[in-house]
Design a protein around this ligand. Structure first.
Ligand SMILES: C[S@@+](CC[C@H](N)C(=O)[O-])C[C@H]1O[C@@H](n2cnc3c(N)ncnc32)[C@H](O)[C@@H]1O
Length: 201
């Protein structure tokens, strides 16, 4: 297996233009969600932000966004695409090494194609991270992809229950689970939007 734990693996993909995951625009499912007005702007952490389209979408709507990616190329491109009108913090960091001061810092954590990109052996660590970074009462918003039907990776296959069950055990409540009808072509039926709320204090 290639070492997905290493930023250099991802940097090489960016350098070679092998970024098949990149939509070149905000994810339509998140666009709908962001514009629904159901979520009041607050502090949002976007993990594995890539070129930052989704992060920028929420920042534009007034969310205080921190976009994290550990690949230098991704971060450079995210900064290059930055809209000067939109305030957003871009951070080059490994999501498994985020500083302690960020604990319980965020009202939202947003993710797309992150859980499927990390080493599957580190999924429990990811859940622990999500749980500690969110404020009590905060929301975890994920578009779980790709569901079923493949071996190897990245992307490594994802089952929404792998996110929901361990978060439930940590006191998170599932507030939404849907198979979106606005997935991009090729991803229809193999992704699910899930939203969980961390137990308020
Ligand atoms: C499949 S890409 C998805 C990028 C973006 N979410 C998108 O949908 O366009 C995965 C991204 O996660 C980043 N990444 C992988 N493991 C990471 C880690 N441990 N910490 C921070 N970023 C990571 C990679 O550098 C890459 O940009």
């Amino acid at each position: 297996m290639s070492d997905v734990n290493s930023p250099s693996f991802w940097e090489e993909s960016y350098r070679q233009g092998h970024t098949g995951w990149d939509l070149g625009m905000p994810t339509p499912v998140f666009q709908r969600l962001a514009e629904s007005g159901k979520f009041t702007p607050g502090k949002m952490l976007v993990v594995c932000a890539g070129r930052g389209y989704d992060a920028r979408l929420f920042a534009r709507l007034g969310f205080e966004v921190t976009a994290v990616d550990f690949a230098e190329e991704a971060v450079k491109e995210m900064q290059a695409l930055d809209d000067p009108q939109v305030k957003m913090e871009v951070m080059q960091a490994d999501l498994f090494d985020l500083p302690v001061f960020m604990e319980e810092e965020f009202d939202y954590i947003l993710e797309y194609t992150c859980f499927c990109a990390i080493d599957p052996q580190r999924r429990a660590e990811y859940i622990q991270g999500v749980s500690s970074l969110l404020k009590p009462g905060g929301f975890y918003i994920a578009l779980a992809f790709p569901i079923g039907g493949r071996t190897g990776g990245p992307p490594f296959v994802v089952s929404p229950d792998e996110l929901i069950s361990p978060l439930n055990e940590r006191g998170f409540e599932l507030v939404l689970r849907e198979v979106p009808d606005d997935s991009v072509p090729g991803r229809e039926g193999i992704e699910e939007l899930i939203i969980l709320k961390k137990k308020p204090n």
